[in-house]
Design a protein around this ligand. Structure first.
Ligand code: DGJ
Length: 732
């Protein structure tokens, strides 16, 4: 049992292999957060809630009057839900504007249930249990007696993985409508502010850069208001103890399973307590709940590690590989692909594509992916999005003919779509100008010359499903790249009534999820790859439907290092779309070494690269197959991080049973000093490992403690190398 309820002390204790999370129900029904951290056996945590005695300006609630000196004021106590407007003055996690027009909110414990397994969330992506025994769930029902709002806190514990999820259900059990103004998926008041906040910021071509800053008093955090999780900030934050690093210290990781406007906040109060919360961004959000209706929040994932950021990342990776990626492609080997985008752009015809496909086959690749430009009259990005009908001037004989010729070569076939977009210069826009996101009497801002389809509308979603099905149902298609190339502006829908316009953003993403769900159910064999101008929607919401996501349009190997290191804080290699391209810097060796830390593939026109480079590529294929499991499902160790060292980057994948590993070093900038010892991590000290490239044998103890001298290996700008080791069974 990983969830325990001590009915005498009224304590819930949620345990995983390496963490404990403790909640107490106090005599007034408040849900108090007592502890989250390394596993503890105790259920007795006396005075843990009393983080500060009475402060004269901090109000108490009437039932606690006279209880000041025992330390009671909702302004300082640690809560599981931060209610608005009733004596807790910190940033609220729950704010409901009731039928009387005020937003005072105060929920108290009513009942709870504990059960095996994990529930899904209607309409939203969520982690899942493979077997009931993987997880245990606690639901705590709370109620606001004044307004009749019933709020259920849902906690699921992944016992073996030091991970848990949290979400909320708000139900209207009253006779009148009310409006949810703020509903964060989780809230937790930690008893210290001695942490650094880590986040992943970026932009197009430079996604998920590592940022670290000490917490300080006041509100800090990251958010998106862009209508997607966005390039600008990933819906991920971590808190790490001040001196902590890759290997050492407590690290808490928080990730939201959501692909739209989010907010992640840490509010440090005068009492040095840190309120951490994450959820739908309350800016520009409101949701009216009629009597009897329910609202489900997206879920947040919480990971605890006492082995620094590295331990945190490895838990996320295992969790997502096992409990986020669904369907056929969860465990099936992903095909090694070539995509024509960087090679041809939209300047192609069937012959050009077939030439790339023929090269791919001859080189040993397994799938050809046709990117943007195959439909409508699209020769550039000014038109045709939404007209998902093949351009027969480019693909003579139609799409079926191209696919059968690619298949005849013995390759799989993939296709590009950007379903949520519509070009003003398209037949569908001319027929339905109100199908795009817009507000009355205001110009429609364009991004990349395009508008956004109004995914809140069922007729739009039906249109998209049907027109995509014309292609998907009638052709043998194996893979679909789902792109999204602009932010949302003038957010509104022609069909939503005035009072529901505030629901637009959330309804938009529910619409996208619904379409993704329909497509994945109708075409279960299809492998989806998420994309958004590179990695602008790299989040667990999209990854639930599309098990891999294009990391960035920046395919330069040296720039990619920063992007891939940042991405790896939360997301496993199996999800990082990474390709070798003809980009300007570095050898094909380095391009390969970097792209191997990901789904791997090629993104080029072989006609435009030299014969020598084509010959090198041919030698790279076997390694992909040989190390596929090690990279996709092994444990990642970031050995030298770009945020610590501007000269070199190094990382390793170690198999779960520690019988095999591979490490890669990339020299970003030449350094005169050749004295360079690299210490491995995560090996078995008692095993001996043989290097496949040199035949040398070393103990795990030596490799981890003394390190390996890399004196003889490449050291020039942009050079790199990878070495593979296996447990030595015969040599001593
Ligand atoms: C943006 C993507 O990131 C690229 O890979 C490519 O698919 C283009 N869109 C096509 O327009």
């Amino acid at each position: 049992m990983s969830i325990l309820f001590d009915s005498e002390k009224k304590i819930f204790k949620l345990d995983t292999a390496g963490s404990s999370y403790v909640i107490r129900v106090d005599k007034n029904g408040f849900l108090l957060h007592l502890y989250y951290g390394a596993k503890i056996p105790d259920v007795n945590l006396p005075d843990f809630e009393k983080r500060c005695r009475y402060a004269s300006f901090s109000a108490t609630t009437p039932e606690a009057d006279g209880d000041y000196w025992s330390g009671f004021t909702p302004d300082t106590w640690p809560f599981e839900v931060g209610c608005n407007g009733c004596a807790d003055m910190r940033t609220a996690s729950l704010q409901i504007r009731n039928a009387d027009g005020n937003a005072a909110t105060d929920v108290r414990y009513v009942s709870h249930q504990i059960y095996a397994g994990k529930p899904g969330i209607p309409g939203l992506p969520a982690l899942f249990a493979n077997e009931e025994s993987d997880c245990e769930t606690l639901e705590i029902l709370t109620r606001d007696e004044t307004t009749g709002a019933e709020v259920t806190l849902v906690y699921t514990v992944f016992e073996k993985l030091s991970a848990m999820t949290r979400s909320l259900i708000v139900a209207n059990a009253s006779e009148k409508a009310f409006e949810i103004e703020r509903v964060m998926s989780f809230c937790m008041d930690m008893n210290s502010c001695d942490y650094d906040l880590i986040s992943l910021y970026g932009r197009h071509m430079k996604e998920r850069d590592f940022a670290r800053r000490p917490l300080s008093h006041g509100v800090q955090g990251v958010y998106s208001r862009r209508g997607s999780s966005s390039h600008a900030q990933n819906p991920f934050i971590a808190l790490i103890g001040r001196g902590g690093n890759e290997e050492y210290g407590e690290a808490y990781g928080f990730n939201l399973v959501y692909s739209c406007n989010f907010s992640a906040i840490v509010d440090v109060d005068y009492n040095n307590s840190s309120r951490v919360m994450m959820g739908i961004n309350p800016d520009d959000f409101g949701w009216t709940l009629q009597p009897g209706e329910r609202f489900y929040t997206p879920e947040a994932v919480l990971v605890y590690s006492d082995a620094g950021l590295g331990g945190m990342s490895r838990t996320f990776h295992r969790l997502y590989n096992r409990h986020l990626v669904r369907g056929e492609w969860a465990h099936k080997k992903r095909p090694l692909l070539v995509n024509n985008w960087e090679g041809t752009g939209m300047d192609f015809d069937d012959e050009k594509l077939l030439a790339i496909a023929a090269w791919a086959k001859e080189t040993g690749l397994e799938m050809f992916v046709m990117d943007d430009g195959w439909f409508g009259k699209r020769d550039d990005d000014t038109n045709s999005l939404g007209d998902w009908v093949v351009n027969e001037k480019k693909l003579r004989g139609g799409i079926g003919s191209l696919i059968s010729r690619v298949k005849a070569l013995g390759l799989k076939f993939g296709i590009w779509y950007e379903p949520e977009m519509i070009s003003p210069d398209s037949d569908i826009y001319r027929a339905h100008p109100d199908w795009c996101v817009h507000v009355p009497d205001r110009a429609r801002s364009l991004g990349r010359h395009q508008c956004v389809m109004d995914m809140t509308r069922a007729d739009v979603r039906d249109y998209l499903f049907n027109i995509m099905s014309e292609v998907l149902a009638n052709n043998d298609i194996d893979y679909l790249k789902w792109d999204f190339n602009r932010n949302i502006t003038e957010a509104g829908s022609a069909l939503l009534p005035t009072e529901k316009q505030k629901e637009f953003y959330h309804r938009f993403i529910l619409g996208t999820y619904e379409l993704m769900d329909r497509i994945t159910k109708a075409y279960p064999h299809l492998l989806l790859e998420g994309c958004s101008g590179g990695g602008g929607r790299f989040d667990p919401g999209i990854l639930y439907y599309a098990p891999q996501s294009w990391c960035s349009d920046n395919t330069d190997a040296l720039s990619r290092i920063d992007i891939q290191f940042g991405t790896s804080l939360c997301y496993p290699a199996s999800m990082q779309g990474a390709h070798v391209s003809a980009s300007r810097r570095t050898s094909y060796e380095t391009k390969r070494n970097v792209a191997m830390w990901g789904t791997f593939g090629y993104e080029l026109d072989p006609a435009k690269i030299s014969e020598e480079d084509r010959a090198v590529i041919k030698t790279q294929i076997a390694d992909y197959h040989q190390y596929y499991d090690l990279i996709h499902y092994g444990d990642l160790y970031r050995l030298i991080c770009p945020w610590d060292d501007p000269y070199r980057a190094a990382w390793a994948f170690v198999s779960e049973d520690k019988t095999e590993f591979m490490f890669t070093v990339v020299v970003k900038l030449y350094m005169e000093a050749r004295n360079f010892f690299l210490k491995m991590k995560g090996l078995d000290p008692d095993k001996r490992y043989v290097c496949e490239e040199t035949g040398e044998v070393f103990s795990g103890a030596l490799l981890m403690n003394a390190g390996l001298s890399l004196f003889r290996y490449p050291n020039g700008d942009g050079e790199s190398f990878a070495l593979h080791f296996k447990e030595a069974t015969t040599c001593k």
